[in-house]
Design a binder for this molecule. Structure first.
Ligand code: COA
Length: 250
């Protein structure tokens, strides 16, 4: 089975991350598949919503760390950058359904979603600083705007994790849905949204987001800082520590 499965059901396109043996760590190829799905949705007026979900109890463990190591030579060409730019420019409404881990970009991408549903076991974490890295996907701008500077600093500087209940309390998640119902619930909300008058939804979405120029500028700044950080000794050491970590014997 492919690492990313794209399924169309009427007016809804579902992107399911299925690299579950690696906790859905995102590779360049997976980003490219998601970008192609976004292009398909934006290019087809019959598609009214996209659902982004994981599988087997995990959303994503974030960018593949092996890919980070490989990209350190040419960080500007990382597919992850094209992905976050495409995500920020997406026109089709995007709904995330999150169970289990949502690490790194798995958390920052929800800031670009229109609706987010989480299972009680969802766990959000942005460990950029611990990896010698810096925030991406506009999160250094969007997160403090959404939840205030104090909480954003806790999550982006200390790298503290937060659960579904806290995400809901902070307004990052629309509702908490039992694991067994999560994907069906997200699909139903997506179908409901896709059934609304399309032009009115599109205009409302554009108005809710407002002027995106500050976001674009911040994403460029983040990309430059991230590219630099990726080449740093701090990052190299953190990646090596992950790759070499001792695993408990089974
Ligand atoms: N990049 C590359 N491989 C990853 C990965 C990632 N982000 N996350 C998990 N994997 C791989 C592991 O190396 C392991 O592979 P292996 O079985 O070939 O050794 C497999 O997925 C399962 O992960 P494992 O660590 O054994 O599971 P766990 O339940 O003990 O821990 C995590 C899961 C996600 C907490 C842990 O893997 C982790 O911390 N990953 C890194 C998360 C991260 O920092 N992401 C980058 C954010 S910017």
């Amino acid at each position: 089975m492919s690492d990313v499965e794209i399924v169309r059901d009427g007016a809804v396109l579902t992107i399911a991350l299925r690299r579950t043996a690696k906790k859905n760590a995102l590779t360049g190829a997976m980003y490219e598949t998601m970008i192609a799905a976004f292009d398909e949705a934006d290019g087809d007026a019959r598609i009214g919503a996209i659902v982004l979900r994981g599988a087997d109890g995990v959303f994503t463990s974030g960018n593949d760390i092996g890919d980070f190591i490989a990209s350190a030579q040419t960080p500007d060409e990382m597919p992850a950058w094209r992905f976050v730019e495409r995500l920020a420019a997406l026109e089709t409404p995007l709904i995330a359904a999150i169970e289990g881990l949502a690490i790194g970009i798995g958390t920052t991408l929800i800031l670009h979603c229109d609706l987010v549903y989480a299972a009680p076991d969802a766990l959000f974490k942005m460990p950029f600083v611990d990896l010698g890295l810096v925030p991406e996907a506009g999160s250094s701008l969007l997160l403090p705007q959404r939840i205030g500077l104090a909480k954003a600093s806790e999550f982006l500087m200390l790298g503290e994790s937060f659960d579904a209940a806290e995400a809901h309390r902070l307004g990052l998640v629309n509702s908490i849905v039992p694991n067994a119902d999560l994907y069906a619930h997200a699909a139903a909300r997506a179908q409901a949204l896709a059934a609304k008058p399309g032009a009115a939804v599109a205009t409302t979405r554009r108005l809710l987001r407002g002027d995106l120029s500050a976001l674009k500028a911040r994403m460029n700044e983040e990309a430059q800082a991230f590219s630099q950080a990726l080449r740093s000794d701090e990052a190299r050491q953190a990646f090596m520590q992950f790759m070499m970590r001792a695993k408990p014997k089974s």
